[in-house]
Design a protein around this ligand. Structure first.
Ligand code: FAD
Ligand code: DLZ
Ligand code: SF4
Length: 510
């Protein structure tokens, strides 16, 4: 008889995860399973499935080498109807454990299943906190009490104080908390631009690639070349590489976009942090050490650390605070389906073609592409936040609902009416032109306000503002935009609205 059955999910690949810390190597059994249900609840990018299956298989091997007894169920073992619940049911029947232990899963729908297991299998189930995060869900809940607005900046300062990162005693290093204003430079094409560390597939990964190609060939995206790291050692290597080659420039060019430069100076480390191969706090400590050693400037180190102990922790807090209702919010009552070209990249709009094309190839786009290109366009066009949420969850290798949903529905689509963002992230083509070189090669003219050749972002921007005036006019951060709109001539306003309408009709294929 197994004493405890420890279930480890595919995004919990850390030897210090709370479920393993509470277990006894000598008597307990670890269960890991590749299941059809998880691989298909959205049609994940092929690279994401390959990353998770290969990292799971490597992690199971590491656990065995460390003396754990592991039952690993491949997709072939679990079959076409496999789910976490069916696999736990089978393992309980086989092993008759005294208890089931899991670290709390990262998605609400899985937590709801886990909560049903005790009644279903007549075995006690312990759900332990996921303490890979700096702020627990209880601590985040306490922080929100009595606050009218949940602004990330104040939460971030709390996390700086809590961790001591970039602090001199009680004060931020250099006396300034945030260098965001310094981090908005446009980039130029540069042949010496670093690339994220790439790893050649080993035998385990090659087996997984074959499996993914044969079972998930109709899913989104290119499977190969597959270069992601799949072990903790790989991920640490990728972190060292980022800190040495790209971090110094991260701050300056954080918001920049360039044709044919999918990664710029970004770290591409979310894929590792989100599945447990890197510990976020260790990542931040390494970044701080590079700053303290004089190897990277403060605006880079601060900008990077803010994304992790600020945004990453904050969106997770919001997710668990507001779920399960959060996913249904739709402040603007938008209902359009995701345009077909989001699934193919086939569009004349160069910025969208570039962002979606690299998403197809790499299962990656950086933050400004997600927010100000695909997100901005979807919001201006009135795409349903729920449909868009499914798209983001499908296409990115780092997408797990706890982080993806608040970013998509809250930050990018303002679907929560301003809980997460103080104003909608909408912009005309001028913003994209300022931050990128896409417009030079585009069939549309970014300088034209309306007409068939005008950059579609331009009329769509004004038509969005006009459409939602009743919901946005009282927002002080929108006042300047409405003043500008009101100063336009009637003719100019009508031309913009007409162009937007014609463009959207084309999008619908009318
Ligand atoms: P870098 O630019 O190098 O940033 C460093 C790290 O900071 C990232 O690895 C990530 O862990 C963290 N980070 C940065 N911004 C955010 C943020 N807004 N929220 C949470 N963490 C952040 N991130 C995900 O991890 N998974 C998602 O599914 C996801 N979906 C998104 C959807 C939309 C619409 C938007 C606007 C953002 C989304 N993000 C998501 C946040 C961000 O875009 C990615 O974390 C980032 O692009 C990952 O690439 P990177 O590792 O190169 O990040
Ligand atoms: C994303 C994913 C995929 C594609 N497949 C599996 C799987 O077969 N087995 C597994 O344990 N985890 C998988 N995952 C990650 C899970 O979706 C993730 O752990 C849950 O969403 C967390 O709640
Ligand atoms: Fe994008 Fe408009 Fe620039 Fe074309 S002109 S790349 S559509 S912003």
């Amino acid at each position: 008889m197994t004493r405890q059955l420890i279930l480890i999910f595919g995004d919990q690949l850390s030897q210090s995860i709370s479920s393993l810390r509470s277990a006894d190597k000598a008597r307990d059994t670890v269960l890991m399973c590749e299941v059809w249900d998880e691989a298909t609840y959205v049609r994940h990018h092929k690279k994401k499935i390959a990353l998770i299956f290969s990292a799971m298989r490597h992690f199971a091997d590491e656990l065995c080498s460390a003396g754990w007894s592991v039952e690993y169920r491949t997709l072939t073992d679990t079959g076409p109807n496999g789910s976490f619940s069916s696999e736990v049911g089978l393992a309980v029947a086989r092993r008759d454990p005294t208890r089931i232990v899991v670290t709390s899963p990262g998605e609400w729908r899985v937590l709801a299943d886990v909560r049903g297991w005790q009644a279903c299998f007549a075995v006690p189930v312990d759900i332990l906190d996921d303490d890979r995060f700096i702020c627990s869900t209880a601590e985040f809940g306490a922080w929100t009490h009595g606050r009218k607005q949940l602004r990330m900046e104040y939460f971030y300062r709390e996390m700086r104080r809590k961790t001591g990162l970039l602090m001199d005693g009680a004060q931020p290093v250099s006396g300034q908390w945030n260098f965001d204003h310094d981090n908005r430079r446009a980039a130029k094409p540069d042949l010496l631009m670093p690339r994220p560390k790439q790893f050649a597939p080993d035998t385990i990964t090659r087996d997984v690639l074959q499996l993914v190609q044969s079972r998930f060939h109709n899913h989104f995206g290119d499977l190969e070349p597959f270069w992601f790291g799949v072990t903790r050692a790989d991920a640490e290597n990728a972190l060292d590489h980022f800190v040495t080659t790209a971090l110094a420039q991260f701050g300056d060019f954080q918001d920049a976009m360039l044709e044919d430069a999918p990664f710029l100076y970004h770290s591409v480390l979310s894929i590792y942090m989100n599945i447990g191969l890197l510990d976020p706090l260790e990542v931040c400590r390494q970044v701080e050490a590079a700053y303290r050693a004089g190897r990277v400037p403060l605006n880079a180190a601060e900008g990077y650390i803010r994304q992790i102990i600020g945004w990453r922790e904050y969106v997770r807090g919001i997710y668990w605070l507001k779920m399960p209702g959060y996913v249904d919010q739709n402040f603007f009552e938008h209902g359009r389906t995701v345009p077909d070209f989001y699934w193919t990249g086939e569009t004349d709009m160069a910025c969208l073609r570039s962002a979606i094309g690299q998403t197809w190839r790499e299962a990656y786009a950086h933050h400004i592409q997600r927010l100000m290109v695909t997100g901005n366009f979807a919001l201006l066009a009135g795409v349903s936040p729920q449909a868009l949420h499914e798209w983001y969850l499908t296409v990115y290798a780092d997408a797990f609902e706890w982080v993806e949903l608040p970013n998509t529905l809250g930050m990018s689509q303002f679907g929560d009416g301003g809980l997460l963002a103080s104003k909608p992230y909408v912009a005309s083509g001028a913003y994209i032109n300022r931050m990128s070189n896409h417009c030079k090669g585009c069939r549309y003219d970014v300088g034209k306000p309306h007409g068939p050749d005008a950059c579609p972002f331009n009329p769509l921007y004004w038509s969005f503002l006009a459409r939602h005036r009743d919901k946005l006019a009282d927002n002080p951060r929108m006042a300047q935009m409405y003043r500008t709109w009101d100063k336009l001539t009637d003719e100019r306003r009508n031309n913009s609205l007409g162009s937007a309408e014609a463009f959207l009709a084309g999008l619908d294929g009318v």
